[in-house]
Structure formats: C-alpha cells, structure tokens
Design a protein around this ligand. Structure first.
Ligand code: 6PG
Length: 251
C-alpha cells in the first residue's frame, strides 16, 4: 500500500465536493483504462451530499453511468424502503436521480430469509460479476467508506467475528454498539484491501478521536477496525476540519 493520503476539507460541503470530484476522476480513469468503473458505495449519512452532487454531476463531478456499476460496502438488514437502509439513502440521493441503468445497480438482497443468506447471495453476485471465486476477492476500482465514532468501517465492528472472516467476500454480522441496532451484511477485509482505490469520507467533531487513533495506525484492528483497511492500491482520507482537529496534516 502506498502511504495514505490525507486531504483536510474546510467543512462538510467542501468534503462533499472533493469526494464527488474524486469519484468522477476515478471513474474517468478506470473507464479509460478498462472500459468500466466499479464502485462500492458507503452507507451512513456522510456520503449523502456527495451522492447528490454526483446525481447532478457536470464537468468535474460527472460520471459516465453507462459504464459504471454500483455495489454496496455494507447494508443494514432491513427492507430497501426502510429509512435505515443504505440502499434507500443512495437511491434517494443518487440512484433514482442520475441516468443509471437499473441493471448497473447491485443492492444487497435483504429480502431473503436471514442475514447469512443475504451475505451468501451477495457474495455469489460479486463472484458472477467479477468472475472470481470465494478465495479470490473481487477487485473494485473504488470503495467508499465511512468511519464510525468507535472506529468501525463498513459493518466491521470492534471485536466482531466478521473481522477474522477472510475466506469469503461478504459476511453477516450482528449490530455493533452504535445505532441502528440491526443485523448487517458487509464486505470483508480481503475485498476492502483488494481495491484499486479506497476513499474514506469522515465528517464531524464526533469522529475526531476515532480518526486520530486510526490515522496514527497504532491501534489493533480488532479495537478500531478501520485500521485494518490497508488496500493494495491507493488509500485517501477526505476529512473535514472538525474531524481532523486532533491530527496534524504532515502528509
Ligand atoms: C453504515 C455505514 C457505516 C458508516 C459509519 C459512519 O451502515 O452505517 O456503512 O460504516 O459509514 O458508521 O456513518 P456516518 O456517515 O453516518 O457518520
């Protein structure tokens, strides 16, 4: 992994614009290089502004949706129309607004009978799309991630068994300590770390302690799971000043 890059943005709005530009640049580069762009979307609330900007993207925030394929880094095990659903957040902000072909969007199938079944089904979807087997993780062009106050990312929560799952690309996990208290389906570390680019979006004073611990890299991934994200490709942190207030940007 190359040295992680830290970009500190003035506020959530500047972070959203920087994130949308970064996604657009990555899409253009990957489409130029191999004809398509695959991205795993982050959940939670932070990415919402960036998704809205991408939905109306022009110029340096435009994306060729005809060559773009969208997946999810993790999902709450709730119906797609549930307010807690990461799919619903992305649908309302981006998927239903931009001219994205319906068959280019791959939601986690939370309508199945258990989180375990949903995880297995999503793993099969990834295998079919990326033509990979369980032991060879799919390589996303870009994975967007958030950071929880407890240092979790995707739905890899502190001390969770999911942190040690390395033989499949997707697993299920009980809720962490932070809301919403629902089961989750999440990409596993091998997939996160196989990505060409990982882009963290972190905003708000409540993330400052977790970000400092993760950025210094001294924590155990079982304590602060975001520490375990060490991609083969490029790792960039887009962090607003409130979340970065305890870190000096000497990168
Ligand atoms: C989720 C996300 C989770 C999120 C962080 C940050 O399902 O909630 O995948 O990992 O990115 O908890 O969430 P906020 O952006 O809402 O602070």
């Amino acid at each position: 992994m190359t040295k992680p890059e830290l970009i500190i943005c003035r506020d959530p709005d500047e972070l959203a614009h920087a994130a949308a530009r970064a996604v657009s640049r990555c899409a253009s580069r990957q489409i130029l290089e191999h004809g398509q762009f695959t991205v795993a979307l982050a959940g939670g609330s932070t990415p919402q502004r960036a998704y809205r900007l991408l939905a109306h993207g022009t110029g340096e925030t435009s994306v060729d949706w005809s060559k773009t394929y969208l997946f999810f880094g993790d999902e709450r095990w709730v119906p797609w129309d549930d307010e807690r659903s990461n799919y619903k957040m992305a649908h309302d902000a981006l998927l239903a607004v931009a001219p994205i072909p319906a068959d280019h969007v791959f939601p986690v199938p939370t309508q199945l009978t258990s989180p375990q079944e949903s995880a297995a089904s999503y793993a099969a979807t990834l295998g079919q799309f990326f033509r990979t087997t369980a032991s060879v993780p799919p390589v996303f062009d870009l994975i967007l991630l958030g950071l929880g106050d407890d240092g979790h990312t995707a739905s890899l929560f502190p001390h969770a068994p999911a942190l040690d799952v390395t033989d499949v690309p997707v697993t299920s996990t009980p809720p962490g300590t932070l809301p919403p208290p629902v089961d989750r389906v999440t990409l596993t570390y091998p997939v996160l770390n196989a990505a060409r680019v990982v882009l963290f979006l972190v905003s708000g004073a409540s993330k400052a302690v977790a970000f400092r611990v993760v950025w210094t890299g001294r924590a155990d991934p079982h304590e602060r799971p975001a520490v375990g994200v060490r991609p083969a490709g490029r790792l960039t942190w887009l962090v607003d000043q409130a979340a970065a207030r305890l870190v000096q940007n000497d990168s």
